[in-house]
Design a protein around this ligand. Structure first.
Ligand code: PMP
Length: 419
């Protein structure tokens, strides 16, 4: 037998499908090929068991109780905060606020920091490839404060036009919102360089890490951003759970945005005073089980290793890109030099929704539509794309199943070339 080539011997391998119970259930009588990870990831048994065990062994309300279970639940909750701090390499636990997810984290910043700091004449700069959740909260803020929303254009390959970015930054810019990894294109944006430029102009930076945390090492101190947001459910954790990282110096001066229990120091009918951060931003009983699940998810990905995950997914991305480009009449939307495991594409003569429905009959789950990035679709002159998005449990077999199902769809529509 020939010795393996260098490339073969270096092909990164992960074999984690067995950790995810749902992946062993058939769909429509076929093996499930789950390629909708950009929308949400499946959960490993470790996460499911951690939440289950929390309710069986540890459930109580946190922070105010003197009894054993309350203190135990509080410890688990605060241990989850420390886990997020480590994941993002934040400097202190107080910089981590638990939220319902990316969307709520951005709204928190818009309503708290934004209301306190924005006025007419100010500008907020976002990019042309943002998810709606990093557009609409700023639009609402602009409508109410008279500030102006400006947009960094996207090039044909799906990268940010850095010359335009430089030109748009000015002394009126108060905040720059950048998606770390685009959910619709897969582009990995140069957030560190963009943050440095924004800071030179005197603006703060919010990085939307929804699609980044599960696929790459994130270091908020190296990026030097002021806010970083993500959702647990895209990181193999539970839905309805997420976090906001905010630099301590910025967070400590931000006013509350939701009032209620747990976020106060004292309350009287004349006046209330507020807790220190991060409790000031965690009004009411939080998603304690969600924090436990998120903690388990972080431990799971760190156990596998984010570098190993990134290089394995990159290998699958290269394979999928090569294979898709061999199909006739297919156009990849998003061909940036730096990309994470997302393949957005359009196929001549087949609407993305039809494609999604046909692939589903083969057990292949992809997403079709505008991916909550309507301005980006308008930029490319298309109503939407079909999107296959990768995770650590996907395999080469999954990629080949996707390609085979696409061939079948083209044959059905009479748009493919006969081999
Ligand atoms: N930003 C990006 C880049 C996303 O991919 C998503 C989810 N598709 C969001 C924000 C919103 O996340 P969530 O719905 O979990 O709040």
């Amino acid at each position: 037998m020939n010795a393996p080539t260098l490339v073969e011997s270096q092909t990164p391998q992960l074999n984690l499908t067995g950790d995810f119970p749902i992946l062993s259930r058939p769909v429509k009588g076929r093996r499930l090929v789950y390629l909708d990870n950009g929308a949400t990831t499946q959960k490993p048994a470790a996460v499911i068991q951690a939440e289950c065990q929390y309710y069986e062994q540890s459930n109580a309300n946190i922070h105010r109780g003197v009894h054993f279970l309350s203190q135990h639940a509080t410890d688990l909750y605060e241990q989850g905060r420390e886990s997020v701090r480590r994941l993002l390499n934040a400097a202190r636990d107080e910089e981590i606020v638990f939220t319902r997810g990316t969307t709520e984290s951005i709204n928190l910043v818009a309503y708290s920091w934004g209301w306190a700091n924005l006025k007419e004449g100010n500008e907020i700069l976002v990019t042309g490839m943002e998810h709606h959740s990093n557009i609409v909260p700023w639009q609402l803020l602009c409508e109410r404060t008279g500030a102006r929303l400006r947009v960094v254009p996207v090039t044909d390959s799906g990268e940010l036009d850095m010359d335009e970015y430089r030109a748009l930054l000015n002394s009126r810019t108060r905040l720059v919102g950048i998606v770390h990894v685009s959910n619709a294109l897969g582009t990995i944006n140069p957030v560190q360089e963009m943050t440095r430029m924004a800071h030179e102009a005197g603006a703060l930076v919010l990085v939307d890490g929804a699609q980044a945390v599960a696929h790459t090492v994130v270091d908020v101190q190296a990026i030097d951003c002021d806010f970083y947001v993500f959702s647990a459910h895209k990181l193999y954790g539970p839905t309805g759970m997420g976090a906001l990282y905010a630099r301590y110096d910025v967070l400590k001066d931000m006013p509350p945005w939701q009032g209620g229990g747990d976020m106060i120091h004292t309350v009287s009918f004349e006046r209330s005073t507020y807790a220190d951060v991060p409790q000031r931003f965690e009004a009411g009983t939080p998603n304690i089980a969600g924090v436990v699940g998120l903690d388990a998810a972080i431990r799971y990905v760190q156990g596998v290793g984010l570098e190993a995950i990134a290089s394995y997914e990159d290998h699958l991305l290269q394979l999928a890109t090569e294979q898709l480009l061999e199909l006739p009449g297919i156009r990849l939307i998003g061909t940036a030099a730096a990309k994470a495991g997302i393949l957005s594409f359009v196929v001549d003569g087949i609407h993305p929704h039809d494609l999604g429905t046909i692939l589903d009959t083969d057990g292949v789950a992809i997403r079709a539509g505008h991916h909550c990035a309507m301005p980006l679709m308008t930029r490319f002159g298309i109503p939407g794309t079909a999107r296959a998005s990768l995770a650590l449990y996907n395999t080469e077999e999954d990629v080949l199943a996707l390609v085979a199902a696409l061939r079948k769809a083209q044959k059905l529509f009479g748009t493919g070339r006969e081999a």
